[in-house]
Design a protein around this ligand. Structure first.
Ligand code: MLC
Ligand code: AMP
Length: 530
């Protein structure tokens, strides 16, 4: 059974030609590139399901009609915490189509984390798994949410049941460039997550730039096929990968989870793969990864975390491909990229390439002012892709922009004479573990709230699999003894799994400098080798 057989019987399709030419709605731009033969496969799942372009058009129309029937105020948020499935993809597209604001949430978030997001974003609609409906609907209704639907990865739930009653005729909602399309929560240095507001114009402009820069191939050129193995609640999987395929009318091979063996098996049918460095490390551990296995691939993209030069070199030796590393963030979508076409230059490992067309990027010195090539400073950016600010945080937003409108990324880098950017560190206290961001201030807040804890520090140490992992260093209150394993177990019961420190050390005191500030660099060095 596929999605449309669940939703109803075939009927007349929505007509892409009906959309107003000047509609800036991102969905209209995606729809305009769907192939003319709408019966072809658009998404093929690793469980053997096939969804045609017509299925995507019909299903998004039905879910959009359901959302519109709720008669929600403009810019209402649709908060979604569901497992990856094609129906979850449909829900994202339908939210755009209906002109509402999509708010994806990591499936690893637990109740305390979800309570914060729901209270902060005040979504009108929450969509969750049936398993979480009890506690999540309770806290959503308490925060003023009007509707809570369920959606599970076996194509069941109240969302699809209700959408099945809706028409497949739907006119794409007209939106302007600056209208909000999505809010992506990104953790804050103070421990409070911030919702990055992205507009239709931000997302569409970035998708169009990448379509050209990464040389997406149309059918006449052999037609690209993307392996989609990333989660769909962050920029990489939700925007870069999905928009990339859809705005080129390209088929996706849809993996519910990243499994190196299954990805390797899909490679025979694919031309493009996108992943975080951990995925490349895990694929390299597969004996079957060789030139023959990747013979049809034309492009491997990596990002969300730094790829070690060693991984880049090993990949090239095993497959003959230079991975294209690019750099971006939730607030800006993609900023820089190594070249795809040889005519644009060489792919250089250890760098994140050059600013994408339309992106202005500079390296700022401590006291402001742009630094010359070769010098290290803060990365600042401007362009049509840069977000519209943090949800409900005008002061924080103002702090993160310079007087001349550049966004301060919090990343530290240097531009070489050839124009390539290398990221050398971060001025923000952030750990990136397997492509997920972990903000020490947030985790320290949870640790410090545990009885018997006087203070703590979370630092990132190198890890062969995740690139970097969090290690907690905890000081007990006088006269108290703490058990490392019990602390980790306690955090596991509260926090998303990727935020839980991989190790915990109980110590008498934290190293401090003359100003009394904890010396995290000393802790990093001390615990890196253990
Ligand atoms: C899982 N775990 C992690 C982790 N992922 N711990 C730290 N960091 C991570 N990234 C935990 C699990 O809960 C488990 O803990 C243990 O580590 C081993 O898990 P696993 O089974 O090996 O993990 P797996 O489920 O296979 O996930 C690994 C992964 C996943 C690499 C597939 O982390 C992933 O999908 N990462 C991609 C993140 C991403 O899309 N980032 C894009 C952000 S957008 P336990 O205790 O239960 O055993 C962005 C902008 C941009 O940054 O530029 O793109
Ligand atoms: P997020 O807030 O989850 O979108 O994460 C964005 C952050 O990921 C950026 O600010 C960078 O610190 C980091 N990042 C993304 N791509 C790369 C890359 N290719 N190399 C190094 N860091 C990266």
């Amino acid at each position: 059974m596929n999605l449309t057989s669940h939703l109803g019987t075939p009927g007349s399709a929505c007509n892409p030609g009906l959309d107003e030419a000047d509609n800036a709605n991102l969905f209209a731009a995606l729809l305009a590139q769907f192939p003319t033969d709408t019966q072809r496969c658009a998404v093929q799942t690793d469980t053997g399901l096939h969804y045609s372009w017509q299925d995507l058009m019909d299903a998004t129309a039905m879910v959009a009609n359901l959302l519109e029937s709720l008669d929600l105020p403009p810019s209402s948020r649709v908060a979604v915490q569901v497992e990856k499935s094609v129906e979850a993809l449909v829900l994202y597209l339908a939210t755009l189509r209906a002109g509402l604001v999509y708010l994806p949430l990591n499936t690893a978030y637990q109740s305390a984390e979800m309570a914060y997001f729901v209270a902060d974003a005040q979504p009108a609609v929450v969509v969750c798994t049936a398993r979480n409906f009890g506690w999540l609907s309770k806290l959503a209704f308490q925060s003023g949410t009007r509707y809570v639907f369920t959606l599970d990865d076996d194509r069941t739930g109240s969302l699809l049941e209700r959408a099945a009653q809706c028409s497949r005729q739907h006119q794409v909602a007209v939106r302007k460039d600056e209208d909000l399309a999505a809010i992506i929560y990104t953790s804050g240095t103070t421990g409070r997550s911030k919702g990055a507001m992205l507009s239709h114009g931000n997302l569409r402009s970035n998708a169009l730039v990448l379509k050209d820069y990464w040389d997406w191939r149309s059918d006449a050129q052999g037609g690209d096929v993307l392996i989609h193995a990333l989660p769909i609640f962050h920029v990489h999987g939700l925007f870069v990968a999905i928009h990339g395929a859809l705005i080129n009318g390209s088929k996706m091979l849809w993996c519910a989870k990243f499994d190196p063996k299954s990805v390797l098996a899909q490679m025979a049918q694919a031309t493009v793969f996108m992943g975080v460095p951990t995925m490349y490390v895990r694929l390299l551990a597969e004996a079957g990864l060789n030139r023959a296995a990747v013979r049809n691939l034309r492009l491997f993209v990596s990002g969300s975390a730094p790829m070690l030069l060693d991984t880049f070199v090993q990949w090239q030796e095993r497959t003959g491909h230079a991975v294209l590393e690019r750099y971006g963030m939730s607030e800006t979508v993609m900023l820089t990229s190594n070249p795809c076409r040889l005519s644009d230059g060489e792919r250089l490992g250890g760098t994140v390439g050059k600013p994408l067309p339309g992106v202005q990027l500079r390296i700022a010195g401590e006291g402001g002012g742009t630094l010359p090539p070769g010098e290290i400073g803060g990365i600042e950016v401007k362009g049509p892709n840069v977000f519209r600010g943090y949800w409900n945080m005008p002061d924080k937003t103002a702090q993160e922009f310079t007087a001349d409108g550049f966004f301060k990324t919090g990343d530290v880098g240097t531009i070489a004479a050839n124009g390539y950017l290398t990221i050398v560190g971060r001025s923000k206290d952030l750990i990136i573990s397997g492509g997920y961001n972990v903000y020490p201030a947030e985790i320290e807040g949870y640790i410090n709230a545990i009885e018997g804890v006087a203070e703590s520090a979370l630092v990132g140490v190198p890890d062969a699999d995740f690139g970097e992992v969090g290690v907690a260093v905890v000081v007990p209150k006088p006269g108290t003894s703490l058990d490392s394993a019990a602390l980790v177990a306690r955090l596991k019961s509260t926090l998303a799994n990727f935020k839980v420190p991989k190790r915990c050390y109980v110590v008498d005191e934290l190293p401090r400098n003359a100003m009394g500030k904890v010396q995290k660099n000393v802790l990093r060095d001390r615990y890196a080798a253990r």
